[in-house]
Design a protein around this ligand. Structure first.
Ligand code: RIB
Ligand code: CA
Length: 307
């Protein structure tokens, strides 16, 4: 079993990643969620994470994370994910409450008490992870692995021509993470934009037996698909779910081992992730290709295991 902490800015693709992890619980155990600002303000990403995990009967605790980046001004993505960050699904009034206490303190204590066992998965801005790394020097050496969605290496960004959203939202945090020395597997736009939702997948979901997640998925994509078609002229990419699919079946992706640095001083290039030459000794590997059929087969395996 793989024990993970999921740091999310629940939005539409975060929600697919959360559901994927929940449906693959024969291998993946979510020890806790931390909701950070990103797609929307932390109040909304926390609400979305609580609503979704309660609806899917996922009992892992949900903590509040950072309300904004380490240094720069906060940027959000309401233009893509809508006013509440997860437009589309409507949830019943929830009973699940956030876990009191600071998510970052909980994450540090949890990782230190399980040395070498916990994988930190971050699919929003990497602020919380950076604060954990900077707050306790034992945190990095106690982690098993860091798995990230973010960055754009040999591919244009999706916020500026240089920068992808999760890194653009906190470049200083990304610099700390890539400099941590912890084994990192990350999924930049180079690979995630090869994994687009298709009408065939949508139709297959529509033909599934009724379930709570089927309704949530279709309602969320009912908003997200037109939003992405309007903003980027293409179907939504399954950015965040790549992290979970990798943890369950690494063979779904192909990788390149490259040291990564982050531009934190540039004006036009602020938040760019720069890849060094291929180096098998690098502790960082980036996914560069994906078997889309294997991913979607895993998605439906997970969906069939959800309420
Ligand atoms: O650039 C894609 C990333 O930004 C995804 O994590 C999406 O949820 C948004 O946070
Ligand atoms: Ca996200």
């Amino acid at each position: 079993m793989k024990h993970i902490i999921m740091d999310v800015d629940t939005g539409h693709d975060d929600a697919v990643a959360i559901a994927l992890a929940g449906g693959l619980n024969d291998e993946i155990v979510i020890d806790g969620f931390i909701a950070t600002a990103g797609n929307q303000i932390r109040e909304y990403t926390l609400e979305n994470t609580l609503n979704l995990t309660e609806a899917l009967e996922m009992e892992a605790p949900v903590f509040a994370g950072s309300i904004g980046p380490l240094l720069r001004d906060r940027v959000l993505a309401g233009n893509i994910h809508g006013a509440n960050g997860f437009e589309g699904p409507v949830f019943e009034k929830r009973k699940k409450k956030e876990c009191m206490g600071n998510g970052i303190r909980w994450a540090i204590d949890h990782v230190l008490s399980h040395p070498g066992e916990i994988t930190f998965v971050s699919v929003g801005p990497w602020t919380d992870l950076a604060v954990c790394l900077k707050s306790d020097e034992r945190f990095a050496s106690s982690l098993k692995e860091i798995v990230l969605m973010g960055g754009a290496v040999d591919h244009p960004g999706n916020v500026t021509p240089s920068a992808e959203f999760n890194v653009f939202a906190d470049p200083e945090a990304a610099e700390i993470v890539f400099g941590s020395g912890v084994p990192i597997t990350f999924f930049p736009l180079d690979v995630t934009l090869k994994l687009l939702l298709t009408q065939e997948v949508l139709d297959k979901v529509k033909n599934l037996p009724e379930s709570r997640y089927k309704n949530i998925f279709l309602a969320s994509m009912g908003f997200y698909v037109p939003s992405l078609l309007k903003a980027h002229g293409e179907m939504p990419a399954m950015h965040d779910p790549c992290t979970i699919a990798y943890l369950y079946d690494p063979s779904i992706f192909k990788y390149s081992y490259r040291p990564i640095s982050v531009e934190t001083k540039g004006d036009k290039t602020y938040g760019k992730t720069i890849g060094g030459k291929e180096d098998k000794n690098s502790t960082t590997k980036m996914a560069v290709d994906v078997d889309t059929d294997k991913f979607w087969a895993l998605f439906f395996k997970a969906v069939n295991n959800l309420v």
